[in-house]
Design a protein around this ligand. Structure first.
Ligand code: FES
Ligand code: ZN
Ligand code: ZN
Length: 306
């Protein structure tokens, strides 16, 4: 099969628009859409700093590469990659090396925070997580360290690598569960709230398979190990529902996202959320203490034992 735009061999058929693209035209196709999405979501001026949440997996590495291509060292935007080490032997260390090496080769500042600082490495707390799944604890502590580092670095925005599949799954999941408040909070964030660094999501319109292909054809190193504690039963269920919809009607994932985008201003108006204040740890919270402080106390108690 030949590329529709040149005579080279095509590397992919984009099912939702029927186009065959060679490696080069495919890369440009992805890059164009990411740039468009960035323009839509954010407005930067010279001297601004942005944080980039990077795990070393395909999504975050593609995001890091694209942001560093777009905001190269000469246009006055400071890029700060932030990686969280959850303390999972054999899983996190190799991916940290990939991120560190890439940042070194591009002159991007690299910041590493670790669950060890909190005294709750995943290899220790996973067997103690009880009614909370290990992933829940992991997510809460990862968000805390990520927010803390982003505040410490005083970044204007924090980029995360959510792709179209993640977005359409989250939208369907929250919609089906009737969790409209959470639905309203899915990024990108347009409001600045105390203690909360607004997220932006440069890859939110790019399907996961295109991100994987982009990483491969552009020769990007990434880590594709699987977390030994991953227990995302609900998310996996929605992954197969959304994939099934996409197979039946190509373009379904885009439609889910664009319907959400149309509803978003209304959701924001209706669910502007309770006023947030800051927990003693610096995290924003609606109650007295934040969830991460509560969970931290619980986990530390379990580590100490009765
Ligand atoms: Fe956190 Fe797997 S990376 S539970
Ligand atoms: Zn081509
Ligand atoms: Zn707290």
């Amino acid at each position: 099969m030949k590329c529709d735009l040149c005579q080279r061999e095509a590397v992919t058929l984009i099912r939702y628009n029927g186009s065959h693209l060679c490696s080069e035209h495919f890369q440009r196709y992805v890059e164009r859409r990411v740039k468009k999405e960035i323009r839509k979501q954010i407005d930067l001026s010279r001297g601004d700093r942005i944080g980039i949440a990077v795990s070393g997996g395909k999504d975050s590495m593609v995001m890091l590469k694209l942001l560093s291509d777009i905001f190269g060292p000469n246009n006055g935007i400071e890029l700060h990659a932030i990686t969280i080490d959850e303390g999972i032997a054999g899983y996190r260390p190799p991916s940290v090396d990939i991120v560190r090496d890439f940042c070194g080769s591009r002159g991007i500042a690299f910041h590493l925070r670790s669950f060890k600082e909190l005294g709750v490495e995943m290899d220790t707390i996973a067997p103690l997580s009880g009614e909370n799944s290990p992933c829940t604890c992991c997510g809460v502590f990862r968000r805390r360290l990520m927010n803390d580092e982003a505040r410490r670095l005083d970044v204007k925005l924090l980029a995360t690598g959510h792709n179209l599949d993640d977005m359409s799954q989250s939208i369907m999941m929250n919609f089906t569960r009737g969790d409209i408040e959470r639905l309203a909070r899915l990024g990108p964030h347009t409001r600045v709230q105390p203690g909360l660094i607004p997220r932006f999501l440069p890859l939110r319109t790019i399907p996961e398979r295109e991100i994987l292909l982009y990483a491969m054809v552009s020769g990007l190193r990434f880590w594709d190990g699987e977390c030994p504690y991953s227990q995302e039963a609900l998310r996996n269920q929605y992954r197969s529902i959304v994939d099934d919809l996409e197979t039946r009607s190509p373009g379904a994932k885009f439609s889910i996202l664009s319907s959400y985008d149309t509803l978003r201003p209304m959701l924001y108006r209706e669910y502007s959320g309770a006023a947030l204040h800051l927990c003693e740890c610096g995290e924003p919270t609606v109650g007295g203490r934040c969830r991460s402080c509560e969970l931290l106390e619980q986990m530390r108690g379990r580590i100490r034992g009765p």
